[in-house]
Design a protein around this ligand. Structure first.
Ligand code: 5GP
Ligand code: ZN
Length: 112
């Protein structure tokens, strides 16, 4: 089986594995992380399969950050981290490029 055929994120794009989809366009897909670091932790991925940022053509990368921004605005996340890991030493577990959008709880949450 090719790497692409066995890739869990390619299967999520095709709907062969269920996901909580938050965005889809011709070149981009976004869904909630199955093991979230915080409420609303989302992953934004190119539909083009490639393990690392350096494997993906530029025209499949252009929407990733704007979509992460869209999710931040739509969810009202005021503080958040954007993270993208490349390689095992850099803590990459899934070999299909993905941007993590990790909201921080709003400052007022949990107070009072
Ligand atoms: P990495 O360490 O490769 O940057 O992060 C991979 C992320 O993918 C992890 O946060 C993990 O929870 C998430 N993940 C792995 N498998 C699945 C899955 O089948 N569905 C979803 N929604 N997220 C997944
Ligand atoms: Zn893939």
């Amino acid at each position: 089986m090719s790497r692409m055929a066995s890739c869990i994120f390619c299967k999520i794009i095709k709907g062969e594995i269920p996901s909580m989809k938050v965005f889809e366009s011709e070149k981009t897909f976004a869904f909630l992380d199955i093991n979230p670091l915080s409420a609303g932790h989302a992953l934004v991925i190119p539909k083009h399969h490639g393990a690392k940022l350096t494997d993906i053509p530029d025209d499949s990368l252009t929407e990733l950050l704007p979509v992460a921004k869209k999710i931040a605005l739509a969810t009202g996340a005021e503080q958040f981290n954007i993270l993208q890991n490349n390689g095992r030493m850099a803590h990459q577990l899934v070999d299909h490029v993905h941007i993590h959008m990790i909201p921080k709880p709003n400052e007022t949450e949990g107070l009072g």
